[in-house]
Ligand binder design. Structure first.
Ligand code: 5GP
Length: 206
């Protein structure tokens, strides 16, 4: 079928467990590449530059924006986050499906630029559970947790823009569901235009 990898956006409220889910997906399948974003946020304990993110200064981020090095970018709770273009293009050209773990503004920009993108939204089983997970993670101050929960309320109003919801309850089941949704996206007619045109041509020559 089509050789080029597809784009898959995975969004979800802070604390919904996207990170764990994507890590498990990458560990169990080798046809995915995870885009590493640039951010002006400070690294959390245990985060390494070039692994979770490229941690950059405001000036550096601005220069990336201005030189068109980002496919999309957005502001999220006082910091900037953006997707470097180069890696995404190279991985797709190599046939890998590229996962973008980004928030809703970025997701909508990507969908506009690349309409064949699959947009997935990870939901916690309940709002209570979301708050519990954020507090238990212990990486953010109470003020930042409050700001992230407020942002979750705002993002909740945009969920209908996504193609599918994935409920993050049982990790293994959730990974399997994610994988099968992505595989199905490969068979969408919009992602098979090369094949369709080739067979059309062949038919016309019969
Ligand atoms: P965190 O600070 O918890 O790592 O990320 C905050 C939010 O920014 C999350 O919703 C995450 O998905 C989003 N995010 C991370 N990288 C990017 C990016 O490159 N672009 C956009 N638009 N959002 C991002």
């Amino acid at each position: 079928m089509n050789q080029e990898g597809i784009l898959v956006v995975v969004s979800g409220f802070s604390g919904a467990g996207k990170g764990t889910l994507i890590k498990a997906l990458m560990e169990t399948h080798d046809n995915y590449a995870l885009s590493i974003s640039a951010t002006t946020r400070q690294p959390r304990a245990g985060e390494t530059d070039g692994k979770e993110y490229f941690f950059v200064s405001q000036e550096h981020f601005k220069s990336m924006m201005e030189s068109d090095a980002l496919i999309e970018y957005a502001q999220y709770v006082n910091n900037f986050y953006g997707t470097p273009k180069d890696y995404v293009e190279k991985q797709r050209a190599a046939g890998k499906d590229v996962i973008l773990e980004i928030e809703i503004q970025g997701a909508l920009k990507i969908k506009k630029k690349f309409p064949e993108t699959l947009l997935l939204f990870v939901m916690p089983p309940s709002a209570q559970e979301l708050k519990r997970r954020l507090v238990r993670r212990g990486t953010e101050s109470p003020e930042v947790i409050a700001a992230r929960l407020k942002r979750a309320c705002e993002e909740a109003s945009g969920i209908e823009a996504y193609d599918y919801i994935v409920i993050n309850d049982d990790l293994e089941a959730c990974v399997a569901e994610l994988h099968s949704l992505i595989q199905a996206q490969h068979n969408r007619t919009a992602n098979c235009l090369e094949l369709i045109n080739r067979v059309r041509n062949e038919l016309s020559l019969l």
